[in-house]
Design a protein around this ligand. Structure first.
Ligand code: NAD
Length: 313
């Protein structure tokens, strides 16, 4: 058993997944939410997810399912939940006012060694942590949904975050089997979403310009580029496609610049093209909720198998 408690604030989609990640690493987890019913539902759902994982032999960590389950407890009283906390992972809805309220409360209760971390996808550390007494202990640890299957965590410091906070968070993430990366400074969209938006934007443009269908542009990624990118990043891919990265730039730099110059302005992301892509992604004879559920289950199964394969490589 690891020392010190992990406190998860908000027991929704991301909070539950974080709770399972930390429990798989042997940490005691307090799951806090505002209403008791929400906490109970979350605990039931975690048990269900763990049972499924156990059946498919995809449960993470070395502890049994029951041992992992026993490490997670629910709590609706914030002050009580924070007792003995070494690390807090905030997972409430993406709303700046709500997050500010929570962080100012946490600021009153935590001691100098507790790390306060936010799962935010889009809010900057400056907008959330400026002015807090414990700002040096604050950091963004942005997971990728679902964190149980996708290990990346982007660590984004506030300008006043102490290096020790970054290092401790980094080490904790490693310990529970996540893959942390450190941003040296704040950047809108962090890194994952900036890369993702570049891809979505070009996919949109190719559909808009009548070059390819929505389904086929997805295949370019899932059957082509994505196969490589699951194992190597874009820079190393380039490095290996020539005699090193510099040689890649010498060989392909001019063509890349020529193609990049044809990228248009930022798409509007609404209107006719949004409609066209949306239409192409539904199967029309099937219930929409069923499709989403099945699609998400398929995604999670694929990701868990991929995670297993990556571990074996
Ligand atoms: P969610 O709506 O599923 O869960 C939010 C939970 O917070 C709910 O259980 C709600 O009851 C609880 N909550 C609301 N107010 C609270 C309060 N005052 N105190 C305690 N709990 C409270 O949201 P989610 O999808 O889990 O997202 C949580 C955070 O994670 C957001 O900041 C989001 O941007 C980020 N995130 C989400 C994803 C994603 O794909 N869903 C990915 C990465 C990061």
């Amino acid at each position: 058993l690891q020392e010190g408690n992990i406190v998860i604030i908000g027991s929704g989609l991301i909070g539950r997944s974080w709770a399972m990640v930390f429990a798989s690493g042997g940490f005691r987890v307090k799951l806090h939410d505002i209403v008791q019913e929400q906490v109970s539902t979350a605990l039931e759902d975690i048990r269900k997810q763990m049972e499924e994982l156990m059946k498919s032999e995809m449960l993470r960590g070395t502890l049994s399912m029951e041992d992992q389950m026993a490490l997670i407890s629910g709590c609706t009283d914030l002050k009580e939940a924070l007792h003995g906390a070494q690390y807090i992972q905030e997972c409430v809805p993406e709303n700046l006012d709500l997050k500010l309220k929570i962080f100012s409360e946490l600021d009153l209760y935590v001691n100098d060694s507790t790390i306060i971390s936010s799962s935010t996808s889009c809010l900057s550390p400056t907008s959330m942590f400026t002015g807090l007494q414990h700002v040096k202990n604050c950091i963004v640890a942005h997971p990728v949904n679902p964190p149980y299957y996708v290990p990346l965590v982007e660590l984004v410091p506030h300008p006043q975050t102490e290096i020790a906070t970054v290092e401790r968070t980094y080490n904790l993430m490693k310990k529970v089997g996540q893959s942390p990366v450190k941003l040296m400074k704040e950047m809108d969209g962090f890194v994952l979403n900036r890369l993702q938006y570049a891809v979505i934007s070009e996919a949109w443009r190719l559909v808009q310009d009548g070059v390819i269908s929505p389904r086929d542009v997805d295949l370019v990624m899932s059957e082509g580029l994505g196969m490589r990118y699951a194992f190597l990043g874009p820079l190393e891919t380039a490095h290996l496609n020539a005699e090193g990265f510099k040689s890649y730039c010498e060989r392909y730099g001019e063509s890349i610049k020529r193609v990049l110059a044809t990228f248009g302005p930022v798409p509007e992301f609404d209107g006719e093209i949004a409609e066209k892509i949306d239409q192409a992604l539904w199967e029309h004879e099937r219930d929409k909720d069923d499709q989403l559920k099945a699609g998400r289950e398929y995604r999670n199964t694929c990701l868990s198998h991929l995670a297993k394969l990556k571990k074996e490589m």
